[in-house]
Design a protein around this ligand. Structure first.
Ligand SMILES: Nc1ncnc2c1ncn2[C@@H]1O[C@H](COP(=O)(O)OP(=O)(O)O)[C@@H](O)[C@H]1O
Ligand SMILES: [Mg+2]
Length: 261
């Protein structure tokens, strides 16, 4: 046996990750579908899509959880008007419930959300794995995971530790958005995570050539388009769920939700 390796010939650090992955798999064993909402670019609507998709699925009768995996800039609670903190005096952590959807976010743990959260990669990875290992989600049909932008730390941790059904890639008609979405998609492919499809957000008409090109390059499909609409800002600024307040947008999300379940 090579020095430092286990009897199975695995390096201890890999063995640790494999054990952790197994613990997380057991802990999240009652969740049927874990879906990440992702793009390497910020501001394209990942949080908007995560929140509205989660509540659309809940409206359709599914049991849904929503995990804010954007540790630095956790926006989900603000979009939902949640100001309560999670009880962290004992494990397992219990997500807070809003209109039947279970929600967990670092914003429910950090005391002062106005202060920047400045953590290095390993702490972010630890925070995420703690969330996965110690949160009691119960039985869920869907766990929607709102990812931060980028192609390192948090997305990498999630791709490595979770048994995802796949990612939904969010992009906008802009060329720079598709360039970054393609990068996100290629990262997912490299880590053997499925891509469920692409949503073109902030759409201004027919699907853009930029979005078409990444769908072709990734060999995936269009899940739907969401129009550019100031209602999103109006409702989310007031902690209101857009799909519960705007019928046209609700219809767009309803159609998208049916492509995944
Ligand atoms: N379809 C849309 N039309 C208009 N504004 C939108 C749309 N989607 C998202 N927004 C707004 O764009 C901003 C960025 O969205 P957000 O979901 O926070 O992006 P991300 O999570 O990718 O950084 C927010 O102010 C949000 O309300
Ligand atoms: Mg976001």
């Amino acid at each position: 046996m090579e020095e430092g390796h286990t009897a199975a010939g695995i390096h201890p650090s890999f063995a640790k990750v494999i054990e952790q992955k197994k613990r997380i798999k057991d802990k999240l064993g009652n969740i049927k579908n874990k879906i990440g909402v992702y793009s390497a670019k910020g501001g394209v609507g990942k949080t908007t899509v995560s929140v509205n998709l989660a509540f659309t699925l809940a409206k359709r009768g599914f049991k849904v959880g929503l995990l804010d995996a954007d540790i630095d800039c956790p926006n989900v609670t603000s979009f939902l008007g949640i100001t309560e903190k999670m009880d962290i005096s004992g494990f397992p952590l219990k997500p807070l419930v809003k209109d039947g959807v279970k929600v967990a976010s670092t914003a429910m743990i950090v005391d002062d959300m106005k202060k920047p959260i400045i953590w290095r990669g390993p702490i972010i990875a630890k925070m995420l794995s703690d969330f996965f290992e110690n949160t009691d989600w119960g039985n869920l049909d869907y766990l929607i995971i709102d990812l931060p932008p980028g192609t390192s730390d948090a997305p990498l941790t999630i791709m490595q530790l979770l048994d995802l059904k796949g990612f939904i890639l969010v992009t906008t008609p802009q060329r720079i958005s598709s360039v970054n979405s393609l990068r996100s998609g290629l990262m997912a492919k490299r880590l053997n995570v499925s891509i469920l499809g692409v949503i073109e957000n902030m759409s201004t008409g027919a699907i853009s050539g930029n979005t078409k090109s990444i769908i072709d390059a990734l060999g995936t499909e269009l899940l739907g388009t969401i129009k550019l609409d100031s209602s999103f800002n109006k409702y989310s600024d007031n902690g209101m769920i857009t799909v519960y307040n705007d019928e046209n947008i609700a219809n767009e999300f309803d159609a998208i939700s049916k492509t995944i379940g």
